[in-house]
Design a binder for this molecule. Structure first.
Ligand SMILES: Cc1cc2nc3c(=O)[nH]c(=O)nc-3n(C[C@H](O)[C@H](O)[C@H](O)COP(=O)(O)O)c2cc1C
Length: 215
């Protein structure tokens, strides 16, 4: 039997989850945090990895995993190369999506938001906390551009190691983005595929309206 067939035939039964009815009155950012804090305790591997969805100039959707590094009062923060494909796509269209999947708790959170660069001082602070090798990597990797050979990357690392023998400054093209959410969908796995889906949409700065969706 192929692996795919094995997986297809595995009719996983979802366990009883907390019903979202009880929490529909909540602010979705608070709910996200509550879920996040619970999940970290359960030692979900890489709970801060999420799928970032962007759209390019041809309306082609694009996805890749990035790490959530911070949540501000009203925004989620990740770090990357501003010249990367995702950086260009965000320049083109700042409406992005975020998708978290937390396997052990059978939860999925799908977020829509608007993405913009964080203040430089905040990127500086985070960059300075990173290990030296990551800092050199941020200079050496021209993320998403064509790399002819792996040796070329090694040469670039050597070059920047020599250029910055002590302190490594933050490259101007490397830093954080924040995503200010305007829509959340919380998905909780429940038995017999009768999952809970609860959507929150922002109506103004501090107000959200919510509705349920068929699973
Ligand atoms: C678990 C995991 C975490 C990642 N975290 C980041 C991240 O925080 N920032 C980042 O730029 N790339 C991260 N990547 C790499 C991205 O998925 C992607 O390959 C890279 O950012 C280039 O994407 P782009 O060409 O669409 O811009 C991560 C990949 C994985 C698998």
């Amino acid at each position: 039997m192929s692996k795919l067939q094995e997986h297809r035939d595995n009719h996983h039964e979802f366990r009883e989850g907390e019903t979202l009815e009880l929490i529909s009155g909540k602010d979705p950012i608070a709910l996200f945090r509550a879920w996040y804090e619970e999940i970290s305790e359960e030692e979900e591997p890489e709970p801060n990895a999420f799928v970032l969805g962007t759209t390019d100039a041809n309306n082609q959707s694009n996805s890749r995993i990035v790490y959530l590094k911070d949540y501000l009062d009203d925004a989620f923060v990740f770090y990357t190369n501003y010249h990367s494909d995702k950086g260009m796509q965000i320049e083109n269209n700042n409406r992005v999506s975020m998708l978290f999947f937390w396997r052990n708790s059978l939860r999925q959170v799908h977020i829509h938001g608007r993405c913009s660069k964080i203040p430089e001082a905040m990127s500086d602070a985070y960059f300075s906390s990173r290990p030296r090798s990551s800092k050199i990597g941020a200079w050496a990797s021209d993320q998403s551009s064509v790399l002819d050979t792996r040796a070329d990357l090694d040469d670039r690392i050597e070059h920047f190691e020599g250029k910055y023998p002590d302190e490594v400054p933050r490259p101007p093209h490397w830093g954080g983005y924040k995503i200010v959410p305007h829509r959340f969908e919380f998905w909780q796995g429940r038995p017999s595929r009768l999952h809970d889906r609860l959507v929150f949409e922002r109506t103004d700065e501090n107000t959200w309206k919510s509705h349920r969706k068929h699973p």
